[in-house]
Design a protein. Structure first.
Length: 533
């Protein structure tokens, strides 16, 4: 009897060992590239190429690999397939022409189970009918009519930024933070006074820091590869506490936005909307539609507005910061921009909002900033919704698709001296390339790839351009921007990586061009701040 029991135990142990060995072998084989997969660097057993994702500047690594593996690269992260699109030609074919199957979104465990949970956040919406509803809804703000209505608000915010630079120029990065959050917050939910609320600003940017850290593949825990990490107790891992705090803070912030929109709508219905000059925020507009077929419920609306704010603020702030750094390092660019805005200045005042579209050199600066130092150097990942074949390569369903936006704007065959900040390239050709205008049009090239491509591209390009021009026109009209010493413009040492590319700290002085310029900014702020308070 005892011998039979021992035999059973030994058999069970043996079966367990065999099962474990088979599972290990299977997992190891899954980390190898599938048949006819796009070429890429050798993958290691079990982990594939995941060790490469520890880099905070993946765009540089992807660009280097292009020389060896070409403009479509296959990678592995454990069992997951990842394909990098390393040229505009591949991006156009896959994300744009085949966008019906290349527009999914990965469902990351941390965000699905610990942060957004049952909410519909724009960063994680699938390519379905809700995404179409979302994009249709945000056109109230980001479409032509909405952008036109938001211009006075963007102008007032730019004036308030210049006013703060007059009072405390040494705190310019804080002022940019407030401007980057305050303007879209007002446009999205009607909240005013955020530029003065330090606690609110701190809460938002603390949320963003945690959000970006958990999104960054170089710092996020590899739960997709090692599911057992789900069960590690919270006191042993940082990410669980970080995710819990992020969810709580995000919900607080998003519902604060919802309540602000409700208050704005009440004021509007009561005829007390004079402060906003007739402008009604996006969320307040959508609240009016809740009783109609297809309207959003409160939870959906809170996350719609909050997600849109998340997507807008850091890109706005970091692009403006890169522009200021470029001005401080390139006095000739500043002088040329000042000459242009002066030509549209009347009665010793900055250009009017109706003149912004005429500022061709400042427009060129905007597109050059997006090209030179794109905030998103690699797009948020798409997923492939069906097996596909491209150039004879097999790309399996579920593959994560990454667009290397950096190479789209730094290809030396298109942009000579791509690391040089040179707005003139966009005056010579609206596409900024050495290709002719006709050739760019014929191949379907975009002026900028900084907003992504295909069905998931950011719809806020016109709104972003207007906000940038309003800010830049005020800034270069009012100030001489002088760098303190040599400013580090290198993408490798002067800018930090991660999910977003942003400048390392630097110092510049904002010197009013004259006492008249200084006083006009103060007077303009008193006149326009009613739109913000």
């Amino acid at each position: 009897m005892a011998s039979n029991s021992a035999f059973i135990v030994q058999t069970v142990i043996g079966l367990v060992i065999v099962y474990v060995l088979i599972s290990i072998v299977r997992f190891s084989l899954q980390s190898l590239p599938p048949k006819n997969y796009p070429p890429g660097p050798p993958s290691l057993p079990f982990i594939g190429n995941v060790h490469h994702f520890a880099s905070n500047k993946l765009h540089i690594k992807f660009t280097e690999w292009r020389k060896t593996y070409g403009d479509i690269i296959g990678l592995k992260a454990g069992p997951a397939n990842i394909v990098v699109l390393n040229s505009t030609a591949v991006t156009r074919e896959l994300l744009e022409r085949r966008g019906n199957i290349y527009s999914g979104r990965p469902t990351d465990y941390i965000f699905r189970e610990h942060i957004v949970q049952d909410a519909q956040h724009i960063l994680f919406l699938q390519n379905d009918t809700y995404l179409k509803r979302y994009r249709s809804a945000v056109r109230h703000l980001l479409g032509p009519a909405g952008c036109e209505q938001a211009l006075p608000l963007q102008n007032a915010a730019a004036t308030y930024l210049a006013y703060n630079l007059v009072l405390a120029p040494e705190k310019f990065q804080d002022h940019l933070h407030n401007w980057g959050m305050g303007t879209p917050l007002t446009a999205i939910c009607g909240h005013r006074g955020a530029q003065k609320d330090k606690n609110l600003t701190k809460l938002f940017y603390d949320n963003q820091k945690n959000w970006l850290e958990l999104l960054n593949p170089g710092s996020a825990p590899p739960i997709g590869m090692f599911p057992i990490l789900k069960y590690v107790p919270a006191f042993l891992v940082k990410w669980k506490g970080q995710a819990k705090a992020l969810r709580q803070n995000q919900q607080y912030f998003y519902y604060m936005m919802l309540n602000s929109a409700k208050d704005e709508l009440k004021r509007s219905k009561a005829g007390n909307n004079g402060k906003s000059n007739g402008f009604l925020s996006l969320m307040a507009t959508l609240l009016q539609e809740q009783g109609d077929k297809g309207g959003f419920d409160n939870h959906q609306l809170a996350y719609l507005g909050g997600g849109l704010l998340d997507a807008a603020v850091d890109t706005t702030y970091l692009s403006a910061l890169a522009f200021i750094k470029a001005l401080g390092a390139h006095p000739k660019v500043l002088k040329r921009a000042q000459a242009e805005v002066d030509s549209f200045s009347k009665a010793g005042k900055p250009p009017r909002v109706e003149d912004l579209d005429k500022l061709q050199y400042l427009k060129a600066c905007f597109f050059e900033v997006l090209r030179w130092r794109p905030v998103a150097t690699v797009n948020l990942p798409h997923t492939l919704d069906a097996d596909d074949t491209f150039r004879g390569y097999h790309i399996p369903k579920g593959t994560v698709i990454l667009q290397n936006i950096w190479i789209d704007s730094h290809d030396p065959t298109l942009f000579p001296a791509p690391d040089t900040f040179n707005p003139d390239r966009y005056l010579a050709n609206p596409y900024g390339t050495d290709l002719s205008f006709e050739a760019c049009q014929a191949e379907g090239r975009r002026i900028s790839y900084a907003f992504g491509s295909g069905r998931r591209q950011c719809p806020g390009n016109v709104y972003a351009q207007n906000g940038f021009l309003a800010m830049a026109a005020k800034l270069v009209w009012a100030f001489d921007v002088k760098g303190r010493g040599e400013l580090d413009l290198s993408v490798e040492t002067g800018f930090h990586g991660g999910l977003l590319l942003g400048s390392e700290p630097f110092e510049v002085d904002f010197v009013p061009r004259s006492e008249m310029h200084r006083q006009v900014i103060i007077d303009d702020c008193e006149r326009t701040r009613v739109l913000l308070d």
